[in-house]
Design a protein around this ligand. Structure first.
Ligand code: 5RP
Length: 259
């Protein structure tokens, strides 16, 4: 791996390769979802506990101060919406040139394995990896499931993560599931875990983070379970202590307001 690629990855995963990424890219297909109507306001109190942001170029240009000293993962896929017929119908909408111009530390692209757009999204991933290799830009593959949340089992996610790694992605973002070790152990590149829709309790999200780390994940790329929480700062601090300090859920929960 060349220096530029290594440097970008090490900025995204400091502290021995661990990562607390804050995902705020949801608007690219969900529009202004609850608590992310004003991204700048949402992230302001959270930024100091974040290793990197995941976002689109529109939010970056319009809502983020260019003086910010923080790496970011640029979502470059889109073309779908929650109102449309198929969430899987994504292609590359932001070029590698844009990613370089904006000083991204990685580009992120969703793949939809097993859907009618499997070939389209995997081909786009391959293309991005080719361009990323040329310019030293890491590619994060996101194993998306669209509305079919029940697809999140070890067999399916192992398939998706392994395919993403085989096609050359430098890191993969996926969902936690039972037997998650199987997913991690059969994927030769680092895995970070998405939170998914808001869980019933904050403790559920902390358990998800801890179980993911125990199974071998490098960290989280979490959104709704942090910024849709009534105690968003407490949540990100607690998640951070699990990822970076190896805290137990009980210890981490002390950082919550009601801990
Ligand atoms: C949307 C994404 C989100 O970044 C991802 O789902 C993480 O956010 P959350 O923890 O809210 O699921 O990739 O496709």
């Amino acid at each position: 791996m060349d220096w530029g690629m290594k440097n970008r990855l090490s900025r995204l995963m400091p502290n021995g390769g661990k990562a607390v990424w804050l995902a705020i890219d949801h608007g690219y297909f969900l529009g202004p979802i609850s608590k992310l109507e004003d991204p700048a306001k949402t992230i302001k109190p959270l930024i100091q506990y974040t290793d990197a942001l995941m976002l689109t170029r529109g939010v970056l240009r319009n809502c983020i101060d260019a003086a910010i000293d923080m790496p970011f993962l640029l979502r470059v896929s889109g073309g779908n919406s929650i109102a449309g017929p198929a969430l899987s119908n994504e292609t590359i909408h932001t070029s590698m040139e844009e990613a370089l111009r904006l000083n991204a530390s990685a580009v992120a692209f969703s793949i939809y394995v097993g859907t009618e757009h499997e070939n389209q999204t995997l081909s786009c991933l391959g293309r991005l990896v080719n361009e990323g290799q040329r310019f030293g830009m890491p590619v994060l593959a996101v194993t998306a499931v669209g509305k079919e949340l029940e697809k999140r089992d070890a067999r399916y996610l192992s398939l998706c993560c392994r395919i993403a790694a085989e096609l050359g992605a430098q890191a993969v973002k996926t969902y936690y599931c039972d037997d998650f070790e199987k997913v991690v152990n059969s994927c030769p590149v680092p895995i970070v875990v998405a939170g998914g829709p808001k869980l019933a309790t904050p403790m559920d999200a902390l358990h998800l983070a801890q179980k993911s780390m125990h199974a071998g994940a490098r960290g989280v790329d979490m959104g709704r379970n942090i910024w849709q929480s009534d105690d968003a700062v407490g949540m990100i601090r607690a998640i951070r202590s699990i990822v970076h300090d190896g805290s137990s859920v009980k210890e981490a929960a002390k950082l919550l307001k009601k801990g």
